[in-house]
Ligand binder design. Sequence first.
Ligand SMILES: Cc1cc2nc3c(=O)[nH]c(=O)nc-3n(C[C@H](O)[C@H](O)[C@H](O)COP(=O)(O)O)c2cc1C
Length: 196
Amino acid sequence: MKYDIKQINDLIRNRRSIFPKMYTGELVPRQVIEQMLENANWAPTHKFTEPWRFKVFYDQGVKTFAQFQADLYRQRTSKQDFDEIKHQKLLQKPQLASCIIALIMKRDPSQRIPQIEEIAAVSCAVQNMYLTATACGVGCYWSTGGPTFWDEAKAFFDLGPEDKLLGFLYVGMPLQKTFHSKRGPWEDKVEWVEAG
Ligand SMILES: Cc1cc2nc3c(=O)[nH]c(=O)nc-3n(C[C@H](O)[C@H](O)[C@H](O)COP(=O)(O)O)c2cc1C
């Protein structure tokens, strides 16, 4: 067999979402980020629209993202609703990461396929990055927090009216080697049809 299925199974099943408070602060090498991005580019894509786009905040660049989201939160929030703890979290949390990759769906200009297919393709690209990070011993997690759903963020990410920000992949060196998660049995989510 060309690939070691046991290794592939382990990689898929041991991939974890690893959050910024579990990062060491050591810088993830740029080559790892580049490999993640290159593998993202090999996601499946209907009609080859390749809708994934990434804005990469790396090393000191994470401060630019942190400041942006904290400032935008202040701008778009009334004095009465403003929460200083939330503001500080928006400012501090990104700075625990080595890299934050903004996950963007760039809509095909002629809209040849439904939007959901473009979002699905970007999600496949994100999973490629998750698995590449896992294989390299690097932690990451997909966040849909901060400005993900704030319309005012569109210009900062160069989004056209039909494009969508799908969140952020936080990346950092993990404090420990193994993390646990849970799933219900796969058999409960599958219906087989074997009779003609
Ligand atoms: C589309 C998407 C959005 C997510 N957004 C968040 C988020 O905003 N905050 C968060 O803590 N985790 C988020 N997660 C990560 C999940 O919390 C994580 O996958 C879940 O806890 C299972 O952990 P595991 O990936 O280690 O198995 C998101 C995951 C996906 C697929």
